[in-house]
Design a protein around this ligand. Sequence first.
Ligand SMILES: NC(=O)c1ccc[n+]([C@@H]2O[C@H](COP(=O)([O-])OP(=O)(O)OC[C@H]3O[C@@H](n4cnc5c(N)ncnc54)[C@H](OP(=O)(O)O)[C@@H]3O)[C@@H](O)[C@H]2O)c1
Length: 240
Amino acid sequence: MAQSINGKTAYITGASRGIGKAVALELAKEGVHVGLIARSKSALEEVALEARAMGVNASVAVTDISDMEQVNEAISKLEFELGPADILINNAGIGKYGLFLEMEPEEWKKTFEVNVFGTYHVTHAVLPQLIKKNRGDIINISSSSGLKGTAKSTAYSGSKFAIQGMTEALMQEVRKNNIRVMTLNPSLVATNLTFGDNLDEVDKEKYMQPEDLAEYMVSQLKLHPRIFIKQSLQWATNPF
Ligand SMILES: NC(=O)c1ccc[n+]([C@@H]2O[C@H](COP(=O)([O-])OP(=O)(O)OC[C@H]3O[C@@H](n4cnc5c(N)ncnc54)[C@H](OP(=O)(O)O)[C@@H]3O)[C@@H](O)[C@H]2O)c1
């Protein structure tokens, strides 16, 4: 039988827009208190207002997840304001693309600093809370690029493959603590990351929307705690 997630607490990275914002609001709709992490203060505060209007507690932690010290401070703030997490959604990420020899080394490294080290920093800070409760959920947003490399994607794809391996290994470590660690591997989703300034012109019926993934994540979280989908690939039906 499915479980209710009403009254649980989730921390979500990259909650200022796109997939992270959508999942934060979908969780709030289910009665989950939300801790919102990203760098853009005003955007986070708007998401917090929307969440509170649905009757849940919402806190904001303005943080660059590539900086471990900032992350540790952010997680302490969220724990103080909301209580410890039941759910962690590691969603924040950046997409930098280019031919391997042409990409600036700084851009290549930044991709790993945010996507891989950011996920590591946040998980490192939150995991003790879940272990203490002897239960919990961690969803790491990888990508279809975390399963298959394509030209001009060595940095992005490499970082998403790393998340894949990290997730699988951590899952094996903490299963005994009743903690479900999962990856999602979406293909193209209509967000700023993929469409930039053209996002408003995207045909909403054709492209996978952040809200579609948010609903999918909530359905995963509602599964009975004795089962979980450890890895899943989400495709849009017909974006062409
Ligand atoms: N869109 C797709 O087609 C697609 C497909 C597969 C996987 N994904 C993955 O899905 C995740 C969300 O992407 P999205 O499509 O929703 O992109 P998006 O609209 O660009 O959102 C990215 C989010 O990450 C945050 N972020 C970026 N750098 C950060 C940093 N250093 N510290 C803290 N937060 C940071 C951004 O907030 P601030 O700028 O306010 O910090 C924003 O909230 C990413 O991991 C992405 O790789 C996306």
